[in-house]
Design a protein around this ligand. Structure first.
Ligand code: NAD
Ligand code: MG
Length: 297
């Protein structure tokens, strides 16, 4: 039998497990991961799909949010990113990458577990970008815990504040600015549908995000604002090496995915671009999964 090969079909040889042991304090830095995640810094090519758009991305310093920020800038959008003050080093790299595209970059550090900060964040982003028409709720907290008996109220609360309340507060504030045709994109997870025993609080928040997305899409249809979610997993990001997974799972991260490896953030950014662009004007209330082939959703 003749076998045909086409080297252009696989553009990157992405890293496979086993990975080295590594543990960073939360929230961690992409620059300290080994190997460094690929956020599309040298590979993403835009074709003007978001020309003139104005986006706010939470958790835009690293991981999936950084890949989305790079893609959006290369597609022609101005981008504001939010992150925690400890992540300034990662955020500064993202600002440089956005500006290298000739786009406006706005960096707004702060903790989204505060409602007043969330309101301030949206206001500042809209003022500095001179408008807002894409909101990407992407920041997240994931800390594994073996048992409901050891899961503290403080941890449970912090996970819900970061993943659920902040999305509610930021979205509500953003509605003051989002015109017809805008797009809201939330970040759920395969955990919403296949929850791990050790991610009891996190998995619940990701299920909440899927339900929030579907209910809000029904509310905002009349205003011509679309609401969708992306459901990733497993992706090679700081979240996983800062207590998101136990060390043995970090070493084998992605091994059970049919593609045999974790995804790199660059591989999921195109989904966020597709949800955001105006040509995709009839898709709302959807959750789009990217997890290396399990077919969960
Ligand atoms: P990441 O660590 O790069 O990004 C998470 C970001 O959340 C951090 O960079 C930080 O800026 C932000 N954040 C956390 N707590 C915050 C707070 N209190 N205030 C402000 N910002 C805060 O990791 P990631 O994997 O790219 O995570 C992005 C999203 O993807 C999260 O919602 C996560 O739940 C989701 N997700 C990731 C995976 C995965 O395998 N990596 C799988 C499913 C879902
Ligand atoms: Mg980060």
């Amino acid at each position: 039998m003749t076998s045909f090969t086409n080297k252009t079909l696989i553009t990157q040889e992405y890293p496979k497990p086993p990975f080295n042991k590594q543990r960073q304090p939360i929230p961690g830095l992409a620059s300290k991961m080994e190997p460094r995640p690929d956020h599309g810094e040298t590979s993403y090519r835009g074709t003007g799909r978001l020309t003139g758009r104005k986006a706010l991305i939470t958790g835009g310093d690293s991981g999936i949010g950084r890949a989305v920020a790079i893609a959006y800038a290369r597609e022609g959008a101005d981008v504001a990113i939010n992150y925690l003050p400890e992540e300034e080093e990662d955020a500064a790299e993202v600002v440089k990458l956005i500006e290298a595209e000739g786009r406006k970059a706005v960096a707004i550090p702060g903790d989204i577990r505060s409602e007043s900060f969330c309101q301030q964040l949206v206001k500042e982003a809209a003022q500095k970008l001179d408008g807002l028409d894409i909101l990407v709720n992407n920041a997240g907290r994931q800390q594994f815990n073996e048992s409901i008996r050891t899961l503290s109220t403080e941890d449970f609360d912090a996970t819900f504040k970061t993943n659920v309340y902040a999305m509610f507060w930021i979205t509500k504030a953003a509605l003051e600015y989002l015109p017809a045709g805008s797009s809201i994109i939330n970040t759920s997870s395969v955990q919403a549908y296949e929850p791990s025993a050790i991610l009891l609080d996190y998995a619940q928040t990701k299920a909440s995000i899927a339900a929030f997305t579907k209910a809000l899409a029904k509310q905002l249809g009349e205003q011509q604002i679309r609401v969708n979610a992306v459901a990733p997993g497993p992706y090679w990001t700081p979240l996983q090496v800062c207590g998101g997974q136990p060390q043995e799972k970090v070493e084998q991260f992605g091994a059970t995915a049919p593609l045999g490896r974790p995804g790199q953030p660059a591989e999921i950014a195109p989904l966020y671009v597709t949800f955001a662009e105006t040509t995709n004007s009839f898709t709302s209330g959807q959750v789009w999964c990217s997890d290396g082939g399990t077919g969960t959703l």
